[in-house]
Write a protein that binds this ligand. Structure first.
Ligand code: ADP
Ligand code: MG
Length: 637
């Protein structure tokens, strides 16, 4: 029996392992299971190059066994095992990384499979949850002697001969009182699902206190009384993990149904994803993954995606924002990149140029997929557009490269419910020079609320003028950016002015005169000192009055609202213009009879009707409007 202290100041290292290195205690599971995977990968390689002999019925496997009564947890693999010297070197001299050592020795002989864990402290993470850890291991080497190792608190160890007869390693954790949860079946299965779902070796779960499960076999028994093939197969326990997950497959070999099923299984989301992007690259770095665009029903801000990051099929973390461009954090997906260190500290990632490259690559791939869809599957592109456009616009705002790639493929729904690009819309747009501007710009009219702005929409439709539907929160900042990027067009909300197309040729002089007279009249009747009135001649004589709201002022108001300044008092008023149609008979009547018996009531009603079509009336105005309307009806009898 051999005893000793663990080298390399373990007193200094353990507090680090316990507190700093792993904030999630459950991560020891990942470390021990991945060590088992490594041990199997190593032996596989040795057998490939003819340096190890395997039995014919060899089946690679890792078993995780709990004992809730004894409060122990055991990890068993049938990998390479360790000789006494190896335990001495790899376990006792903890600063050594066995993986590095192994790779250095064999790297020219076998294909470069990744060996997990570059750190060399993984095994000791067991002491985060256990006061005592034992190892029983038998090396694959012919004639090897099995070794038993044990240590309390990871400070001192003893080594001895073991009675283990099977090749491989068995590690038992005697759990600390505050870590008993790890001997609970549900807790352990949950942890295994989190970290080990895609590890490359089948993982089986056992509860030592329960008899080995033999699933009920139904009456599928053949005539001679023996169980049929089908029934026999049912008895075989299922591994918990998927050793060859979909994202590792060649994209051309994956079916739509497989992608959907993978999505359901991994994200427990039973709504179908809109579409997905399978990432698969070997150069200049190795990266595989699938990104799903989820179907979103709720408002844009309240959703959160999940991107799971893996290193050679071993889970690292969720939602590492340094790796995923911010605007894609709303997606759901998995990314496997063997070059990202397993023990990532987020601050280390921030300064990593390599990580930035990954993020750029992902962003580029998403843009490629979308532009490809636009070009070849325009129909499905349009079908998803409403759901995906917030991501895309957000991406354009956040990432200039993405914006550059995507800008020609942004589409807008028009008043006919068809999708057009901005250049397509501009083809039919009229050009005008605004006050103080040097050159004429094309006007892009847009709708922010189809219901509230329906009156204006009807006017536009009648006049054959088009507008774009832009109802998302993201649209306002997006419009601002569009205007900055193209100085040939200006965006006006549909109620911002009376479009050229509605106006009839008329005498400017005449209109100015009417404007002056009606301004005075309406201000007096409505008791609104600052009311702005403008008389225009509109083609549609049925329209009497319309409210317009200057784009500039409205945007300012919107901005103030966004910053929580909601009370505008009078300011709100002064921005609105009451447009009266000189061609309408009611307007003509009040112009010609400023002191007529019913003039006041007509003015009030014209104003309220215009307002109603513009925005909801406040309570007081609504009450008055109802009373007056009833009075007008009374006049009809
Ligand atoms: P790393 O995996 O980064 O090398 P660990 O602390 O996890 O660091 O493991 C240290 C070393 O101990 C490994 O490199 C390996 O040589 C050895 N080892 C650990 N677990 C096993 C195992 N289950 N089978 C064989 N060797 C193992
Ligand atoms: Mg390890």
């Amino acid at each position: 029996m051999k005893q000793g202290s663990l080298s390399i100041n373990s007193e200094n290292i353990f507090p680090i392992i316990k507190k700093w290195l792993y904030s999630d205690h459950d991560i020891f599971t990942r470390e021990l299971v991945s060590n088992g995977c490594d041990a199997i990968t190593k032996l596989k390689k040795l057998s490939l190059i003819g340096e190890a002999e395997l039995p014919d019925d060899n089946e690679w496997k890792i078993t995780v066994r709990i004992n809730p009564e004894e409060k122990t947890l055991t990890f068993i693999d049938n990998g390479i095992g360790m000789t006494e010297e190896e335990v001495e070197e790899y376990i006792n001299q903890i600063a050594f990384s066995g993986a590095t050592d192994f790779l250095a020795k064999y790297k020219d002989k076998a294909s470069e499979d990744q060996i997990i864990g570059h750190f060399g402290l993984g095994f000791y993470s067991a002491f985060m949850v256990a006061h005592k850890v034992t190892i029983d291991t038998l090396s694959y080497k012919p004639g090897a002697q099995a070794v038993h190792w044990e240590s309390e608190e990871g400070m001192e160890f003893s080594m001895d001969a073991s009675d283990r007869t099977e090749r491989g390693t068995e590690i038992t954790l005697y759990l600390n009182e505050d870590s008993y949860e790890f001997s609970n079946e549900y807790r352990m299965k949950e942890i295994l699902e989190k970290y080990c779902s895609f590890m490359p070796v089948p993982i089986f779960f056992e509860d030592e206190t329960k008899p080995v499960e033999s699933p009920v076999v139904d009456a599928k028994v053949s005539e001679d009384g023996t169980a049929t093939e089908e029934a026999k197969e049912e008895k075989k326990p299922e591994p918990l993990n998927e050793i060859f997950p979909l994202f590792m497959h060649t994209p051309s070999e994956c079916t739509e149904e497989e992608y959907k099923e993978f999505y359901r299984k991994v994200f427990h989301d039973y709504k179908e994803p809109l579409f997905w992007i399978h990432l698969n690259m070997d150069y200049p770095f190795n990266l595989k993954g699938i990104l799903y665009f989820p179907k979103i029903n709720t408002e844009y801000d309240s959703i959160e995606g999940t991107i799971k990051l893996y290193n050679s099929q071993v889970f690292i973390a969720d939602n590492i924002k340094e790796v995923i461009p911010e605007f894609l954090m709303l997606l759901k997906g998995v990314i496997d990149c063997p070059d990202i260190p397993l023990n990532v500290s987020r601050s280390a990632l921030q300064n990593d140029g390599f990580v930035k490259k990954i993020s750029d690559y992902i962003s580029k791939k998403v843009a490629d997929k979308l532009s490809g869809m636009y070009k070849t599957e325009r129909e499905s592109y349009e079908r998803c557009w409403d759901d995906i456009c917030p991501f895309i616009k957000f991406g354009c705002l956040k990432d200039t490269k993405f914006c550059e790639k995507m800008k020609d493929f942004i589409i807008y729904k028009n008043l006919d419910g068809k999708y057009v690009t901005l250049p397509e819309y501009l083809e039919n747009a009229s050009e005008a020079k605004a006050d103080g501007e040097e050159k004429a710009k094309k006007t892009v009219y847009y709708v922010t609320d189809e219901r509230q702005q329906s009156q204006y929409i009807n006017m536009f439709k009648e006049a054959g003028t088009d507008a774009l539907i832009m109802t998302h929160n993201i649209d306002q900042p997006f419009i601002t950016q569009l205007e900055q990027d193209n100085d040939t067009c200006r965006f006006l909300r549909i109620d911002a002015d009376v479009a050229e197309a509605f106006r009839e040729e008329g005498s400017e002089e005449e209109l100015a005169k009417e404007t002056e007279a009606l301004t005075a009249l309406f201000r007096r009747v409505l008791c609104k000192e600052k009311l702005t009135v403008k008389v225009e001649k509109l083609k549609n004589a049925a329209i009497a009055s319309v409210i317009t709201l200057s784009e500039e002022n409205r945007r300012m108001q919107d901005m103030m609202k966004m910053y929580g300044m909601s009370n505008f008092g009078d300011m709100d008023m002064t921005n609105e213009t009451l447009v009266l149609n000189a061609g309408n008979s009611l307007v003509q009547y009040v112009f010609e009879n400023p002191s007529g018996a019913n003039t006041d009531i007509i003015c009030e009603q014209l104003y309220d009707l215009a307002m109603l079509a513009h925005k909801p009336l406040d309570a007081e105005a609504m009450t008055k409007f109802m009373e007056r309307s009833n009075r007008i009806l009374g006049m009809l009898i």
